[in-house]
Unconditional design. Structure first.
Length: 456
């Protein structure tokens, strides 16, 4: 006797695809087999004609950005995640000097109270005091990934936060490299050298150029700034031996630089990409499309898809940062960030189904398995093997639904993919509980679990 049997579908994991049934007991996968129809189950879910996938692991989320607060972010983000097939999310904690521990406790409480699926955290580092706190967060809390917002200096700094410099960058890599290997600690880097961008932006603003398109923001932050930062951080990683992960790679120059240096760096160096850098052209988006690094053009797409196929870009996400139109008065003062928690996986899945850039197992590898393995969440997350958490997404590949910002669950009042017809989940299950079914969020607040990596 099992709790739930998902039968009749095609199961797709990072390891392959086959017609099989999934039996679930006590929130975990009991078994996966070709014909489990004879198994007694309290609930039977008919997945005929559907794809049955592991739940999405999204390791790059800012539910509270830019000013929504933790409670609103957790509540809205939890519902958006459920509707978008995300069953595990890793959010960023960003705290002013002296308040990092307090911010962590407040954010964790809000997520445990309001989010609908499991979660963990990365920690943003800006000061030497925060650098020194990194080992304690790893060994006491199971938070083992630390983010360097490399462009956060000069005019980009917003109080009460403070800017960073390369001394902070180097010392964090040194500190994290010294954490015992069993914790799998690593540093995440936003790779852009922002200082030349300040001067380029000033020139563009003074040239009386048309400034209603996201394309001008790409001019203000050109791709060579990504290259420069990758080169520098590869050197720092090599010198310190610190595992270093580059987030939101956005350009052909950037991925080629990463690939070239990866083979000459003794440290473990890895990278990820956001779905919008695979699918979008800045010239098709207005002020609302401002983000960092910027949307670029379709000329970058082939090289970035190659990076996924070759395994150099380990996973895909959206850098969910749910700005509203009120946060974007013009291209120069607009807050960077796009909503995407509910729509990025449907966009990626639909693009793969329609354009066949990669196989479906590769899609699962880059949306579930790789991120779970990278951040120490396997064997609980990332697949449908026996004993894994029963995090499952069921989709009908033939059924499309039109994106409408008014129907999404995040705080934003716009969506970059408004009007597009995408393949959305029919059902999202987290630890055996159905949290989304047929257009309705069914999960109850208070069910989320914090995931220590590893459990201290």
């Amino acid at each position: 006797m099992v709790d739930t049997l998902i039968h009749g579908g095609e199961v797709v994991t990072a390891q392959g695809r086959s017609h099989a049934d999934v039996a679930i007991t006590d929130g975990t996968v009991d078994s996966v087999g070709r014909d489990l129809s004879g198994v007694d189950a309290d609930e039977r879910i008919d997945a005929s004609g559907r794809l049955v996938l592991p739940g999405v692991v999204d390791p790059h989320v800012h539910v509270e950005w830019p000013d929504w607060g933790y409670e609103s972010g957790a509540r809205h983000g939890g519902r958006a995640a459920a509707a978008g097939g995300v069953t595990t999310a890793i959010n960023f904690i960003v705290g002013p000097p002296g308040e990092l521990r307090r911010e962590y406790e407040a954010f964790r409480e809000a997520m445990e109270t309001h989010f609908l699926s499991d979660f963990s955290f990365h920690i943003g580092i800006f000061t030497m005091n925060q650098v020194r706190q990194a080992p304690d967060f790893a060994t006491e809390e199971g938070i083992t990934s630390f983010k360097l917002f490399l462009p956060y200096r000069g005019e980009e700094v917003v109080e009460p936060l403070v800017g960073i410099d390369d001394g902070i960058v180097y010392k964090l890599l040194e500190e994290v490299a010294a954490i015992d290997e069993e914790y799998g600690a690593r540093v995440l880097v936003h790779p852009e050298n922002v200082e030349p961008a300040f001067k380029i932006k000033d020139e563009l603003r003074g040239a009386d150029r048309e400034a209603e398109s996201a394309a001008i923001w790409a001019e203000a932050r050109p791709d060579f700034l990504e290259v420069d930062a990758i080169n520098r951080l590869m050197l720092f990683a090599d010198e310190t031996g610190c595992p270093t992960h580059f987030v939101h790679m956005s350009s052909e120059k950037g991925i080629r630089t990463f690939q070239r240096n990866q083979h000459h760096t003794d440290a473990e160096v890895t990278a990820e990409i956001q779905v919008q850098h695979l699918t979008e052209d800045a010239r098709d988006h207005g002020i609302l499309g401002k983000m960092n690094p910027p949307l670029r053009t379709s000329a970058e797409h082939d090289a970035l898809w190659d990076g996924i196929r070759e395994g150099d870009l380990l996973f895909v996400n959206a850098d969910h940062a749910p700005c509203a139109s009120e946060h974007k008065p013009n291209i120069w003062e607009a807050t960077p960030g796009l909503p995407g928690l509910q729509t990025w996986f449907p966009l990626y899945l639909t693009t793969v189904l329609d354009e066949e850039h990669i196989s479906l197992p590769k899609l699962v590898e880059t949306t579930s398995y790789n991120a779970a393995a990278h951040y120490g969440l396997t064997p609980r997350k990332g697949g449908l093997w026996t004993g894994a958490d029963a995090d499952v997404v069921v989709v009908d590949p033939e059924e499309r639904r039109t994106v409408r910002a008014a129907e999404t669950h995040d705080q934003s009042d716009f969506n970059p993919w408004e009007g597009q017809d995408l393949v959305f989940p029919e059902l999202t299950m987290a630890r055996g509980d159905v949290i989304y079914r047929d257009g309705t969020v069914t999960g109850e607040e208070g069910r989320a679990e914090f995931l220590a990596r590893p459990d201290p």
